[in-house]
Design a protein around this ligand. Structure first.
Ligand code: PLP
Length: 375
């Protein structure tokens, strides 16, 4: 059976974890956390990257930094993971869902402005499959209305929009290092901060509301409670696991892009025959091979296809149930405008196995099975 995902494990993780233990520093902000954050800052070209316990927590930090509170509205797609909404709903805000574009499954930038009210405080673009949202338009709208932009770049590490790394375009960007993402520390994430004026408060929020980060840097001689905060810093053991992958980040990216290209090439004939649709990557977007999905006719065909693939040794899966149709989505959110694509496109989407180290022969076998199913 070809599994859908395999958590990245590149070889040096155990060595670095042993080093973290030997350092006698397994709590947060040790040597490996520092290495990872510096790598992220340099590579993404952003003012600050803070490792967090998850992407969910990075979004929570962004919501706190943006001062989101009860009665505020936050615009986001309904076709996303629950964390995109949870972080803001926890602060008392309402999620305002806007339809997606069928070509990328991303927030339709042309529908955002109509959803803005006097309560709107932020826009949260989600870069689905590591393919960028139309950020120039989104930033322009946000600028004109004085709104924060928090990028949910959970799937967007190493991907870019017009040369800028995803997660560095909005005020805040959030990465995930969950085991299902391109780079992993088991559970973890990072908050990317564009403006250096937000760094100090972010460090305080992440350290239970204290200025301990400044204390450790020797900038102050004792630390104390400064603000409301929480514990968002991961153990250095987790960071050690991640560091092994950041060291070979380009190779991981190339490997995934190679699998993605091969899928695309081998499935092109089926798409040309009109049996399936292939993912599209707009001009100016460099993706990261996070996901390879196809779209089939409808939910009935999808259910049948997933069963067929499972019977033939391939574990393929569907993805998000639109948030506005879920119990909490109805309670904490509302859909603005018409749901033209969110439900329909989400029901047609099938994710094929994709992970670092997926073999060419595996991709060939999967495409062969797809060909047989559709013939
Ligand atoms: C994975 C994911 C998250 C959550 O990441 P965690 O690190 O598990 O908290 C949030 N948003 C999107 C779009 C994701 O894919």
């Amino acid at each position: 059976m070809i599994s859908f995902n395999r958590p990245p494990h590149v070889g040096r993780e155990e060595t670095y974890i042993a080093e973290a233990i030997a350092n006698g520093k397994i709590c947060g902000d040790g040597m490996f956390t520092r290495k990872c954050s510096e790598w992220l800052q340099i590579h993404a070209k952003t003012a600050k990257a803070l490792l967090t316990t998850s992407c969910t927590h990075a979004i929570e930090m962004a919501a706190l930094l943006a001062g989101i509170g009860p009665g505020d509205e936050v615009i986001m797609p309904s076709y996303t993971f629950v964390s995109t909404a949870d972080a803001f709903v926890l602060r008392g805000a309402k999620a305002v869902f806007v339809d997606i574009r069928p070509d990328t499954m991303n927030l339709d930038e042309t529908l955002i402005e109509d959803a803005i009210t006097e309560h709107t405080r932020a826009i949260v673009p989600v870069h689905y499959a590591g393919v960028a949202c139309e950020m120039d338009t989104i930033m322009e709208i946000a600028g004109r209305h004085g709104l924060f932009v928090v990028e949910d770049a959970a799937q967007g590490m190493m991907a870019s929009y017009k040369g800028r790394m995803l997660g560095t375009i909005g005020d805040f960007g959030c990465y995930s290092f969950h085991e299902t993402k391109n780079y992993s520390m088991g559970e973890g994430g990072a908050l990317l901060i564009k403006d250096s004026k937000d760094i100090l408060r972010a460090e305080i929020i992440r350290e239970k509301g204290t200025n301990r980060s400044q204390f450790f840097r020797g900038e102050i001689d004792k630390y104390s409670w400064q603000d409301a905060g929480s514990s968002y810093l991961p153990s250095d053991i987790n960071a050690a696991y991640l560091w092994a992958q950041l060291e070979i980040a380009e190779e991981i990216n190339r490997d995934r892009l190679h699998s993605w290209q091969l899928y695309h090439e081998l499935l092109k004939p089926l798409a040309d025959e009109g049996k399936i649709e292939l993912p599209q990557v707009p001009e100016g977007c460099a993706h990261n091979g996070h996901m390879f999905y196809i779209k089939v006719r409808d939910i009935a065909e999808r259910t049948e296809l997933l069963t067929y693939l499972k019977e033939h040794g391939v574990y393929a899966v569907f993805h998000y149930i639109p948030l506005h149709s879920a119990p909490a989505g109805r309670k904490y959110g509302r859909f603005h405008g018409e749901d033209k694509y969110t439900t329909r496109e989400s029901e047609r989407l099938v994710r094929l196995p994709m992970y670092y180290g997926l073999g060419e022969e595996d991709v060939e076998m999967i495409c062969h099975q797809l060909g047989r199913y559709f013939s």
